[in-house]
Design a protein around this ligand. Structure first.
Ligand code: OAD
Length: 253
């Protein structure tokens, strides 16, 4: 841990004293210490399936019950999970900076549970379901009464209101993120492998527009290629320390 403190002190010698806007991209890694398996980690498998085989429109068309059973298993894990110190640190950061945007790839809702407000869930939310016919959206708790659930309006199949592989991002949401990222001073990328290209592209664009990018991830990711600084630590153990130092630094200068 002494090394972590030293690494953070080194970072602070290289960043400006005036930071006006901050953005965050989070991935499954930030919730790992809350007990939620990451997608591509060893514990991301369910039965014999990889997430990439279930989170698709094709899998849902073929076997909606199987896909919902996978989501139910995940929803049960997530229901028991609580935010960890990394989630709470982001709430403190949001309170400190006037311009702050949290973009999460996670569907677990833990940022909201922690108290973050300005959140964009670019991959949706596992607690919401959406009708495949009339688009009616509804909060569905776990356990579900029936699997797969049906729409209360038109009795068609409901699907999880999340983005699946092969589906398009919401264009308006992306443009809000892009606009913010064009002028952001500091971007933290926390706990994402970067296997999904759109968030990586957004971060790269921010970097090209002058943002300083700090990555927190115990392992190499697609963001590591262009990150200005990298902390190879778990989020819950390193982000609170980084924030303590950064806040003192900004208040002092
Ligand atoms: P992945 O499972 O691909 O990557 C998780 C990342 O978290 C890895 O790079 C790990 O090294 C890192 N990690 C693990 N434990 C950590 C910890 N305690 N602290 C910090 N980092 C840690 O998850 P994502 O990158 O979020 O998309 O995956 C992106 C998207 O792919 C997901 O949102 C989902 C998935 O398919 C959709 O559902 C559309």
């Amino acid at each position: 841990m002494a090394i972590l403190h030293k690494e953070i002190e080194d970072i602070l010698t290289q960043i400006p004293t005036k930071i006006e806007s901050v953005a965050i991209i989070t991935g499954a890694g930030i919730s790992q210490e809350s007990g939620i398996p990451t997608f591509r980690g060893a514990d991301g498998l369910w039965k014999q399936y990889k997430p990439e085989e279930l989170a698709t429109p094709y899998a849902f068309r073929k076997d909606p019950k199987l896909v919902w059973e996978w989501y139910e298993m995940r929803r049960q894990i997530i229901k028991k999970a609580n935010p960890n110190p990394a989630h709470y640190t982001l709430v403190e950061m949001e309170e400190f900076f006037e311009n702050f945007l949290l973009v999460t790839q996670n569907v677990d809702g833990l940022h909201e549970k922690a108290g973050s407000k300005n959140i964009i869930e670019i991959h949706g939310n596992i607690w919401r379901a959406r009708c495949t016919n009339c688009n009616h959206k509804e909060f569905l708790n776990t356990p579900l009464q029936e699997i797969p659930p049906r729409c209360i309006n038109c009795n068609s199949l409901m699907r999880p209101d999340v983005l699946w592989f092969g589906e398009n991002y919401d264009v308006e949401t992306l443009s809000i993120v892009q606009e913010f990222f064009q002028k952001v001073d500091l971007l933290f990328v926390i706990g994402s492998s970067g296997q999904v290209s759109v968030p990586v592209y957004l971060a790269k664009e921010a970097h090209l527009n002058g943002a300083i990018v700090i990555e927190i991830n115990p392992d190499f990711s697609s963001y590591s290629h262009f990150a200005d600084f990298i902390l190879r630590y778990k989020a819950a153990e390193s982000l609170p320390v980084l924030w303590k130092y950064l806040k003192e630094y900004l208040q002092k200068n």
